[in-house]
Design a protein around this ligand. Structure first.
Ligand code: AMP
Length: 304
């Protein structure tokens, strides 16, 4: 039984009020795989990199037990590139450039050894590529989680709507939930989106936490008030990786376990934003993660 993650693998240029970095490793899959690896030791990645992607990163993934058989290397082509600039409040950012490069015609090949996939994370990527990954798995996974962004809503909405019909959980941020549903109220947005296919919806609200909708219930998770938010890039992908990694570890998918998964995903995301890129996700300990989760518990625990 394994957890397969398919998603973009990027080189990012990022500018936040605290600094600027160039060509750091980013993309949905690295954040998600590293986060999931803290809960589950059979994480397998499907993705593509170009010749300019640093090979040292692959060593790091192997150290985290991430299986890279599904990784394609296009030595003579350029890697997917993204550049973004955050506003002063860090909740909003502008995409300055998206260079699809190797992602433009990426054909996701699923190795035979990945057919044991029970948990599938379709991290941020072209909706048609996400759909192809589902179609190429001979047995439908027990849980399919899809993460996407406004970029795909803008340029490939019909494909996204088609893929949404095949997934169990959708994770998007509040602005994307409003864009997808055409509703301002997140409650109304959730009810519309849950009619598009997913049984569960997670709306991420940056420094204001996350909402989980499904089974006619709502769960609200806080975000930890952090003293040092350095770079929010990848927080959503880290959240999704932690979320599905935790569910793969416990092995039973229900609303109650999903509530805990949202907390574990949020805890991992809270680490991610403390440094640029994937830096902070490289060397966490289980003790640090447990202490961070306990902070979440204490933050919103009260009795009446
Ligand atoms: P997040 O902050 O969770 O939205 O994730 C940011 C990461 O998503 C960055 O590392 C980017 O490289 C990656 N990214 C940005 N735009 C896209 C896109 N259109 N498709 C896939 N990944 C993207």
């Amino acid at each position: 039984m394994s957890l397969v993650v398919i998603g973009s693998i990027a080189l990012d240029n990022i500018e936040t009020p605290f600094g600027k970095v160039e060509k750091v490793v980013g993309g949905a899959a690295p954040f998600a795989c590293l986060a999931a690896s803290y809960f589950f030791n059979k994480v397998k990645v499907v993705g593509i990199i170009g010749g300019d992607f640093p090979k040292s990163e692959l060593t790091l993934w192997k150290e985290h037990n991430i299986d890279i058989e599904g990784l394609q290397i296009a030595e003579d082509r350029k890697n997917f590139f993204w550049s973004g600039k955050y506003h002063n409040d860090m909740n909003n950012r502008d995409t300055l450039e998206t260079g699809l490069n190797v992602l433009e015609d990426f054909d996701p090949i699923i190795p035979a050894a990945y057919q044991d996939c029970e948990y599938l994370l379709l991290a941020n990527l072209t909706p048609t590529t996400q759909q192809t990954a589902i179609d190429r798995l001979k047995t439908r996974p027990k849980l399919i989680v899809l993460d996407t962004m406004n970029f795909w809503m803008d340029i490939a909405l019909d494909d996204l709507l088609a893929t949404l019909k095949s997934v169990d959980v959708l994770t998007i941020n509040d602005a994307e939930a409003r864009q997808l549903s055409g509703e301002f109220s997140l409650v109304k947005a959730a009810s519309k989106i849950l009619q598009m296919g997913p049984k569960y919806l997670i709306i991420k609200k940056g420094e204001h936490g996350a909402l989980l909708f499904g089974e006619d219930k709502i769960f609200s998770a806080p975000a930890l008030p952090l003293a040092n938010v350095f770079d929010p890039t990848g927080a959503g992908d880290t959240f999704a990786g932690g979320f599905i990694g935790y569910l793969a570890k416990v092995g039973t998918v229900n609303f109650s376990n999903m509530k805990n998964a949202v907390i574990f995903g949020s805890a991992l995301a809270s680490f991610c934003v403390e440094k640029f890129g994937t830096e902070k996700l490289k060397n966490l300990t289980q003790k640090e993660i447990a202490a961070r989760v306990e902070e979440f518990v204490q933050l919103s625990s009260f009795q009446i």
